[in-house]
Design a binder for this molecule. Structure first.
Ligand SMILES: Cc1cc2nc3c(=O)[nH]c(=O)nc-3n(C[C@H](O)[C@H](O)[C@H](O)COP(=O)(O)OP(=O)(O)OC[C@H]3O[C@@H](n4cnc5c(N)ncnc54)[C@H](O)[C@@H]3O)c2cc1C
Length: 417
């Protein structure tokens, strides 16, 4: 069923009884060409592009919970292409271009809103760094505008521009950045993959990876054994645990990141705004809630909930930048498990086992990466060659030290990224 205005009218007149489920609920078959472990944004996008671009339809996505129950439905929904380093810069640019055609491609409203992102800076040194990053973005073919104090004040009148410690000097404005409705991205890719014949198998946890003679032969799951020639691990915060089933030790630490949402308010924040002197970023959802987040909880954990000191820290940063925030009531907070790589950049590569592939290490940046990651990972799985946009996301860079992409400039320490 195609979604369009006529369909809404038709179904509305018929009492909305004619809508069909967006995807099937098949039982697993004994064998597939490709098995994708993980039904998050990256796994679903990979399945979609395998079918849509490479004609591989004997594919299944195995998800231990329900589709979209992981980080893809827990993030603060920010989509941008403002990375500075070669490798990351072209990848996120590629991903943003895919975002821009995604709703037409999937025939699904993912509520992609290019409302613009403003990264604030608060010193001359930060202004230099912002100018350098902006120039890298322009060189990559993306958009960037350096705002001065007066322009920031005019665009963001609700901020405390004159705070004593960290007055706002200006901002790096990325007009094509913005947000998207996170669940809808998972649902859109799921529907798209299902329509191409991909089996999406929920409540199916992978418990083992079968290897014979150095080659992957399939997986063990809570719904039985399934054979496959190719197996792709795309499980975000669970990457180390699932890779360990194949005897691999990944350079990944799992950390909790929290997010918060307030009660619904009238429109007040037009853009996504990030604070340059505290780890704090905020936007307003279409329902009116102020959605904001901060830093990691600073200890590795598989608990998808956060601790109170970090909640306090985020609120403090928010109140410093935007004192009016104190009048809003926080409705909910939640946490997700982040797969942090040592250089803050991801991995899309073959594993050192024939037929096994890994996609992980997305740190804070994996939601905006969903289309690009799925597209590039599908290319790698189907052709055996890395996609040019993801050519630097090699696993062995952590072994050899060559090609590290330390985007945050914080060195090889996961919890500083
Ligand atoms: C609070 C928070 C805010 C964030 N904000 C942003 C943001 O604003 N912008 C941005 O770009 N990124 C953001 N991120 C990061 C982004 O959400 C993640 O990097 C990205 O969603 C991870 O990829 P995924 O969607 O495939 O992961 P997930 O949705 O976590 O998918 C992995 C799936 O694998 C499944 N799985 C795990 N183990 C198994 C197994 N053994 N068998 C079968 N299935 C298994 C899990 O159940 C899960 O559904 C944020 C993350 C968090 C937590």
């Amino acid at each position: 069923m195609r979604y369009n205005a006529f369909q809404i009218l038709k179904q509305g007149l018929a009492g909305n009884r004619g809508w069909r489920p967006a995807w099937r609920k098949p039982d697993p078959k004994p064998e597939y060409d490709v098995l994708i472990i993980g039904g998050g944004g990256h796994g679903l996008a990979t399945a979609y592009y395998l079918a849509a671009e490479h004609g591989l339809r004997n594919v299944a996505v195995l998800e231990k919970g329900y589709l979209g129950s992981g980080n893809v439905g827990r993030n603060t929904t920010i989509v941008r292409a403002n990375y500075g380093l070669p490798g990351n810069s072209q990848f996120y640019s590629h991903s943003l271009r895919l975002w821009e055609g995604l709703e037409q491609e999937l025939n699904y409203n993912v509520m992609h809103s290019q409302r613009g992102i403003i990264n604030l800076f608060h010193s001359d040194g930060q202004r230099d760094a912002a100018a350098r990053r902006g120039n890298a973005m322009l060189n990559q073919g993306d958009d960037a505008i350096l705002l001065d104090r007066a322009e920031c004040r005019a665009m963001l009148p609700y901020l405390d521009h004159d705070q004593t410690r960290f007055p706002i000097y200006g901002g790096l404005y990325h007009p094509r950045g913005g947000t998207a409705r996170h669940d809808a991205v998972a649902w859109g890719y799921a529907r798209g993959a299902d329509r191409q014949g991909v089996d999406l198998i929920e409540t199916c946890e992978v418990t083992g990876i079968d290897i014979a003679g150095g080659k992957v032969t399939g997986v063990q799951t809570t719904r039985g054994a399934i054979r496959a020639r190719k197996v792709a691990i795309v499980v975000a915060g669970r990457s180390s645990q699932v890779a360990a089933m194949a005897g691999l030790r990944l350079p990944i630490e799992s950390h909790v990141l929290q997010a918060f949402v307030t009660e619904g308010l009238k429109p007040v924040i037009d853009h996504v705004v990030t604070y340059g002197m505290g780890h704090f970023y905020i936007s307003q959802s279409d329902k009116g809630g102020l959605v904001f987040g901060g830093d990691l909880d600073f200890y590795p954990s598989y608990a998808a909930r956060g601790n109170l000191p970090m909640a306090e820290h985020v609120m403090e940063a928010g109140m410093t930048l935007m004192p009016m925030l104190g009048r809003a009531r926080v409705l909910r907070s939640w946490g997700g498990i982040m797969d942090m790589s040592p250089d803050g950049s991801p991995i899309i590569d073959h594993a050192p086992v024939d037929g096994l592939f890994v996609n992980c290490g997305w740190c804070y940046g994996g939601f905006k990466a969903v289309p690009g990651s799925g597209h590039c990972f599908a290319h790698l799985i189907a052709t055996g060659q890395p996609h040019p946009a993801a050519a630097r996301y090699r696993l062995d860079r952590f072994e050899t030290g060559r090609g590290l992409m330390d985007e945050e400039g914080t060195g090889a320490q996961h919890n500083l990224h």
